[in-house]
Design a protein around this ligand. Sequence first.
Ligand code: UDP
Length: 239
Amino acid sequence: MEKLEQLYEGKAKKVFKTTEPEKFWIKYKDDATAFNGEKKGQIAGKGTLNNEISAIFLCLLKEKGVDNHFIKKISSTEQIVQQVEIIPIEVVVRNIAAGSLAKRLGWEEGKELPGTIVEFYYKNDELGDPLINNDHIAILGLALDSELVELRKQALKINEILKEYLFNKDIILVDFKLEFGKTPAGTIILADEISPDTCRFWDAHTKEKLDKDRFRRDLGNVEEAYQEILRRIGGSINV
Ligand code: UDP
């Protein structure tokens, strides 16, 4: 398989076509952005770390029966994935109040939620990814009601798998964002990445943040936090 022209460049990854029509070539970048692109920077080694971390999580999910786009890692910063058409909805799952939820509802960050919250955001940079509900999604034509049921079901299953897996590594899964895509056959599968860029991970004992909040909030030791996540989930690259 060979890499062909670039299809898309996002904030953290580049996507290329390949000589195989149903496969994409993804390159993870060191670039970091926050606050809808207002804050920009680089996190040394992030491309390598997230490529490996995401591969580990996506493999784990596959083993546990959650189909997803991951096929194989081909270099330290690159992986091959199944071609999907991304559904422009960011699905956020929350176990503990943090970030925009804490702000919106005036809740203290760290408040344990009595139940899991699933939220939908419109994946639209120009609008700053606004929070939307089922009615907005229907009117915007982003997904069918039955597809939303499926997204929610898959998101909750992913939460249960990751929460338990991470708990055993002394990591609290606070919240995370998922993206789903449609295969050429029309099946909805998990896509994109699962990494400290897209999840909030706290140390179970010290509650230390081990994720992109260290970059967003200028807490320092960003790369070290990503490395710590990889170390705890048993990544094979040398960190
Ligand atoms: N998130 C993400 N991409 C986004 C927005 C959020 O990956 O464009 C993740 C974020 O890392 C966190 C979760 O989704 O794990 C919930 O984010 P939140 O709504 O609290 O927004 P933030 O505080 O990041 O602006």
